[in-house]
Design a protein around this ligand. Structure first.
Ligand code: ADP
Length: 428
């Protein structure tokens, strides 16, 4: 064992002291007694120093007691340790202060919950938004204080992938929950009342403009049809072109109105059952009569144990979504190609999709397909009577049914559009 220099010095000191006592003992012819007294003095002296140290430790200061030997070194080392600790404590306090100041200044309401969903801390914005009181609400379960049913469901369901929008105290709020640490949760909420008012205004504007355009367009279409019957051969072709354009404008207006309705209508009524077999058969029959045998279209409904699965929600909206997918498959598949409408039940839910052997889509376009008016090939879409709004409608309908759209495609080989409905929104 390597001895430290201070311990070596202490041993030398002890040895000198004991040697001194040995000499005194020899002179007085009582060596054992004097050696014993020497050891006793040494122990008492150390006990005294230990007592001094214990007093100093209860209130450490730069002023250390007057000591000699190893005790000097002990005080020095302890004081250095104390200084380092004080420094890191000061640093931690300053970080904590800065964190508290910044979270207090945050315009977003922030709440920290423990693993039992009890409030541990919240900032002033949360206090104001949810009417919380620092002295009585800390330690309370959050669902006892924010009783909005949408929020309570969201909290207890513990599926925090998507943020939640809900109204509270005449305001509209968007809230997200982030799990962290040992079962704790961080709630962050933002007031989106004015944003949502702007959004409502934009939606109303589009809806009103579309409705306003519809009447003159109907009048124009009527006149064009009338003129087509009366006109001589020379202007029949330009009139037919005008007619085609009015039909297209009419389709755009109808789809814009459909989109506005989807955006502004109340939540879907999940108490209504949608029979998949009836729904898909209707969409299939409609598509076959539109297609006039130009493609091989088939319908495959695959249900486990032969029972028909159901979805919950709006029959009309779902019909519109699947009809759009099937119309697209017809539009973007050359004559003679194959198209399959399918539904399959599995452990996690129901998949309903449309597969075609059409032109396919390059992968870089796929993330943007559901944007309004996004088209891979504008010319082809126009030629086929597309509006650029179909997939946007599909996405909205699926969002409203808590379902998601997955697109698989390979240029030249075809595409598959799958709508995935989770278990809770479908029954098996
Ligand atoms: P559109 O009315 O132009 O078809 P959509 O929103 O329905 O508008 O579709 C957006 C774009 O996605 C289309 O313009 C087309 O380029 C592409 N697309 C949609 N469905 C298919 C499909 N089945 N095969 C190939 N491309 C498709």
């Amino acid at each position: 064992m390597a001895l430290t220099p201070s311990l070596k010095r202490e041993l030398v000191l002890l040895a000198s002291w004991m040697f001194f006592m040995l000499v005194i003992g020899t002179i007085n012819e009582s060596i054992i007694l004097f050696l014993f007294i020497g050891l006793l003095v040494y122990v008492v002296w150390n006990l005294y120093n230990l007592n001094q140290l214990s007093k100093w430790l209860s209130e450490p200061s730069k002023q250390t007691p007057e000591v000699i030997g190893i005790w000097d070194e002990v005080y020095y080392q302890l004081y250095q340790l104390y200084r380092r600790q004080r420094k890191s404590r000061r640093k931690l306090t300053s970080i904590l202060n800065k964190f508290q100041k910044s979270t207090q200044a945050l315009p977003y309401a922030t709440i920290i919950l423990n693993e039992l969903n009890e409030i541990e801390w919240f900032n002033p914005a949360a206090k104001q938004m949810f009417n919380l009181h620092s002295n009585i609400d800390i330690g309370q379960r959050i669902d006892n204080l924010i009783r909005q049913p949408k929020f309570v469901n969201y909290l207890l369901k513990a599926d925090y992938k998507k943020p939640l929008k809900f109204p509270i105290n005449q305001r509209k709020i968007i809230l997200s929950i982030t799990p962290y640490g040992d079962g704790q949760h961080l709630i962050s909420a933002r007031d989106i009342t004015s944003l949502s008012q702007l959004d409502d205004m934009r939606r109303d504007f589009i809806s009103n403009a579309s409705h306003e355009l519809r009447t003159p367009l109907t009048v124009m279409s009527g006149y064009i049809e009338f003129l087509q019957h009366k006109a001589d051969e020379k202007i029949k072709v330009p009139l037919e072109n005008i007619h085609q354009q009015t039909v297209r404008m009419n389709r755009i207006i109808t789809e814009l109105i459909d989109l506005a309705k989807l955006e502004s209508s109340e939540n879907v009524d999940y108490t209504k059952t949608v029979d998949i077999k009836t729904l898909l058969n209707e969409v299939y029959d409609e598509a076959c009569s539109l297609d006039q045998d130009k493609h091989h279209i088939k319908l495959v409904i695959d249900t486990e144990d032969g029972t028909t699965a159901n979805l919950y929600g709006s029959y009309e909206e779902l019909r519109m979504a699947f009809s759009n997918l099937l119309t697209n498959a017809i539009r973007y598949t050359v004559e003679g190609g194959n198209i399959k409408v399918f539904s399959s039940t599995h452990e996690t839910g129901i998949t309903i999709g449309v597969q075609d052997s059409g032109v396919g889509i390059n992968y870089e376009h796929i993330p943007r397909l559901t944007e309004r008016f996004y088209r891979v090939d504008e010319g082809r879409s126009r030629e086929q009577g597309g509006t650029g709004l179909g997939l946007s409608i599909v996405k909205h309908v699926l969002d409203r049914h808590n379902a998601s759209l997955h697109i698989l495609s390979e240029p030249g080989k075809g595409s598959t559009f799958c709508c995935e409905f989770p278990l809770s929104y479908s029954d098996q």
